[in-house]
Ligand binder design. Sequence first.
Ligand SMILES: NC(=O)c1ccc[n+]([C@@H]2O[C@H](COP(=O)([O-])OP(=O)(O)OC[C@H]3O[C@@H](n4cnc5c(N)ncnc54)[C@H](OP(=O)(O)O)[C@@H]3O)[C@@H](O)[C@H]2O)c1
Length: 284
Amino acid sequence: METTTSTRGLTLITGGTGKTGRRVAERLAAHGVPVRIGSRSGTPPFDWEDRGTWAAALDGAEAAYIAFYPDLTVPGAAEAVGAFAGLAVERGVRRLVLLSGRGEEGAQWAEEAVRASGAEWTILRCSWFAQNFSESFLLEPLLAGELALPVGDVREPFIDADDIAGAAVAALTEDGHAGQLYELTGPRALTFAEAVDEVARASGRPMRFVTITLDQFAAGMAEQEVPAEMADMVMELFTTVLDGRNSQVADGVQRALGREPRDFAEYARDAAAAGAWNPSLVPA
Ligand SMILES: NC(=O)c1ccc[n+]([C@@H]2O[C@H](COP(=O)([O-])OP(=O)(O)OC[C@H]3O[C@@H](n4cnc5c(N)ncnc54)[C@H](OP(=O)(O)O)[C@@H]3O)[C@@H](O)[C@H]2O)c1
């Protein structure tokens, strides 16, 4: 794989404090690429829900990493991503890398919008992130010892966010990735029960996985006062996307980075070593 760096201009990283964006920003900064974090806490602030913030965030940027929040499946996501990509090109951005999802209609519309923007584009179409178990909504129940989800024996080839960041940095800085769609998955498809077992083993904490019904899951979210938009998004994920359509492993990491993807066991071992499931180290 080509390793020469051809793009070194200011790069806007939307979601730059999130699971993938933080890793992309750290790696680019380590390569000496100037980075601007695009998030509500960035300078200037960038908010997907306030289009008035977009132009200032794009000012002077030559490339951008697009990690839409909360999810490309929410209504209006593709339109927002398309409008953002159009404005980016208008303001001089030459290269766009989109974080996308597998088997989701909304994500595919967002991909089309980025392809039509006129920029050099690369699409990272990802499976479920392994880091959902350590840096997101699955963490709290795991620390409490039980993860209950409306999913049975469906297998998912969880992808390590470090591999996504590696592919994003390659696409943002090297030649040879423009016009490529990389389907990024881990090397092995696991059931959620198997994944929880691996996390339990790596962390040395008692954890178990339980399959519940969609109604039980929806009632649990209502009890925890999960905002309606978020609850709808999560239900969409469990009703339509996790039906086995995404269980196949794909070769995107190999194609983008010229090596095998990291295995879930490696992720669990490293995250445990970093204290991901150590409650005294997890921010309240
Ligand atoms: N999670 C998965 O398994 C998965 C799989 C495939 C694809 N995806 C895609 O990945 C994308 C990101 O998902 P994620 O779950 O990993 O989230 P994430 O990137 O970890 O989300 C948090 C980031 O979003 C920023 N943010 C939150 N609200 C924002 C707003 N209104 N405007 C601008 N930035 C905002 C946060 O910073 P501030 O709080 O500072 O604003 C933070 O940087 C989604 O588009 C999703 O479709 C996710």
